[in-house]
Design a protein around this ligand. Sequence first.
Ligand SMILES: NC(=O)C1=CN([C@@H]2O[C@H](COP(=O)(O)OP(=O)(O)OC[C@H]3O[C@@H](n4cnc5c(N)ncnc54)[C@H](O)[C@@H]3O)[C@@H](O)[C@H]2O)C=CC1
Ligand SMILES: O=C(O)[C@@H]1CCC=N1
Length: 288
Amino acid sequence: MADHDRLAILGAGVMGETVLSGLLRAGWDVGRIVATDRRPAREAELKDRYGVRMLTNLDAVAEADTVLMVVKPQDMRDLLTEIGPSVRPDTLIVSLAAGVETILIEDLLPAGVPVVRVMPNTPAQVDEGMATISAGRHAGDDHVQRVSAILAATGRVLVVPEKYQDAVTAISGTGPAYLFFVVEAMIEAGVHLGLPRDTATELVVQTMLGSAKLLRETGEHPTVLRERVTSPGGTTAAAIRELEQHRVRAAFMGAMEAARDRSRDLAAAARAAAVQDHQSGNDHGGTG
Ligand SMILES: NC(=O)C1=CN([C@@H]2O[C@H](COP(=O)(O)OP(=O)(O)OC[C@H]3O[C@@H](n4cnc5c(N)ncnc54)[C@H](O)[C@@H]3O)[C@@H](O)[C@H]2O)C=CC1
Ligand SMILES: O=C(O)[C@@H]1CCC=N1
């Protein structure tokens, strides 16, 4: 992304702020970024915290070369309906919403507007994010590069075919929640075994961090690393037997299938709303 390019973040909730703060930590000039939020208290909060200019959606789009849409999937249609007619043909539109397909976004925008879909995650708040990027029909390599450069400020980036994005959402988009769930459960277990809560928390958090670092830095398969902890007839073997008896592996598969299916449901709901709009003649003017 060239240094003069300007970015608008529409919807400055958890993920919008995550991207904003990451870019500022990476050295972006706050003057190159504008943001919006429909909640006035949130606008004031972000203005105070980062000195970022908070505008209306239409003003933000008018100023920007790249527009990140970071509202809930259910709010995406209203947002696109509002900004669609004002989007210039060369404005790059980027959606970070779960489930919403680029083809639906393109339909609500003027013909030919480039659209890119991203699935980020919250570890971007500490520059350890994992984001995947997929190009829509009118987005070229230069657009994908531009979005990669933005997301690379907050962690790792992979370009994937859009058909993978529902699975990605279930694995890395939603993934931090599963790991926090495991951490919660392990801390409770420590307390159950008689450890003070702060001691249990320190043990579990450092063990999570250290295990992730071991995986990343050695590149070893997790099974190999687990086997190295598992002494014959020892404590780990006893614990793993319990996890297997409770079908924890199957539960993880079921959980991620459910997340993948929910992402597909969100896409289907957006498609159904589009069909209903067309049938009722309530077309929003998009020709893309
Ligand atoms: N939170 C997460 O871990 C992740 C979220 N996402 C995606 O990011 C998007 C946002 O999620 P969160 O930040 O968690 O939600 P959030 O609810 O924290 O933020 C959404 C923000 O958008 C604002 N908003 C809604 N409609 C608006 C409009 N028309 N104009 C301006 N502002 C508007 C809301 O006031 C709110 O502050 C979702 O589509 C979600 O699928 C993707 C990956 C991870
Ligand atoms: O729960 C959600 O729908 C969002 C998308 C991925 C993570 N959080």
